[in-house]
Design a protein around this ligand. Structure first.
Ligand code: DAH
Length: 340
């Protein structure tokens, strides 16, 4: 028995060295370990052996040897197959990819740049500001104390640490007043967040572009002049607007500046809530409390502020019917704009 087993181990090792595929390994397994294989055959002969225990141990040693070797070889073949695949795979080449596909600007980026250019030409600076702010910046510094009902107008995302996602770009007003003092002219575009249910004209994440001008003798006529200039420059034609009173705690008086809906021509459609008008740029004369909170001398200076709905402006300018397209990541919709 011992001789026979030594022979079998030797022939197994020779066959294993030649087995270079999973199929060949499986055939070898069946030959040695299968139901009618050598190991099974030896087991049949066990009853004729003189020392059954010793013979049983020998057969078992052949069995575990063959099993272990087949498992090792299977693993080696699998690893070699993966390595071959990796070697033959096309290498990623970032420069090639760039040449193959050309990107395009997001329509919000295009609209922002256009408005920025208009205001730069009128002597405004462009400011950047955080997306996570504190309650003071977003509300209290803007004359909206705790528990003031005006807070209900802006459904706010609060963070666990007490800070919040800014609900409007007005949250930067206080910071900018303290940074520059008076006189100042600045615009500050930014992403805003509100816990809104979404539809064709509402999104929980959108862009505004805020502006402030503070100087001696600033009046409502300055405000109207800047708003009209900005809109006609951005749309490259005269657009129909209307100004009506609006309440915002941080301005007095406050206005809603509406634009006639460019999607339906004022007839009414889902994009304008069927009213034919879109609230585009609320604005007003900065409330003295807000100026004082920003360290501005209200005896000497006054100012106006506006909060342009940049996402809405992009909708009107490019005829985007559904606000949700902007954040959709839908390249078919978004890559129609100017190429990079
Ligand atoms: N921050 C206001 C909002 O998002 C919009 C606004 C109104 C901004 C009047 C202003 C302003 O600067 O003067 O609802």
């Amino acid at each position: 028995m011992q001789v026979r087993i030594e022979e079998l181990k030797k022939s197994f090792a020779e066959a294993l060295a030649l087995a270079n595929s999973q199929e060949a390994l499986e055939a070898l397994r069946i030959e040695y370990l299968g139901k009618k294989g050598y190991v099974a055959e030896l087991m049949q002969q066990l009853r004729f052996a003189e020392d059954k225990k010793a013979a049983g141990q020998l057969i078992n040693s052949l069995k575990t040897y063959a099993e272990g070797e087949i498992e090792k070889a299977t693993e080696q073949l699998r690893a070699a197959a993966i390595a071959a695949k990796v070697r033959s795979a096309k290498k990623y080449n970032p420069t090639l990819r760039f040449a193959e596909e050309q990107g395009s600007y997001h329509p919000i980026t295009l609209a922002t740049r256009e408005v920025e250019e208009v205001f730069i030409s009128m002597g405004f600076t462009i400011e950047n500001y955080d997306e996570i702010v504190d309650d003071y910046k977003c509300f209290e510094a803007l004359n909206i104390p705790k528990h003031h009902p005006a807070r209900d107008m802006q459904d706010t995302y609060y963070l666990d640490n007490g800070q919040l996602l800014k609900t409007h770009t007005s949250a930067a007003q206080n910071y900018i007043m303290k940074k520059y003092g008076a006189p100042l002219r600045a615009i500050f575009p930014g992403r805003c967040f509100r816990n809104e249910s979404t539809d064709a004209c509402h999104e929980n994440t959108f862009f505004q572009l805020e502006g402030m001008m503070i100087d001696e003798n600033i009046s409502i006529s300055n405000l109207i002049y800047f708003m009209k200039t900005m809109l006609s420059e951005v749309f490259h034609r005269d657009v129909k607007v209307r100004l009506r009173p609006g309440f915002f705690p941080f301005v007095e008086p406050g206005f809603e500046l509406d634009i006639s809906c460019e999607i339906c021509g004022g007839e009414g459609c889902p994009s304008c809530k069927n009213s034919g008008w879109l609230e585009l740029c609320p604005c007003g004369m900065i409330h003295p409390n807000v100026l004082r909170e920003g360290g501005i001398d209200t005896e000497k200076y006054s100012g106006f502020a506006f909060g342009l709905g940049l996402t809405r402006l992009a909708m009107m300018k490019y005829g985007v019917k559904d606000i949700r397209d902007f954040n959709s990541g839908n390249l078919k919709a978004l890559s129609q704009f100017k190429s990079i």
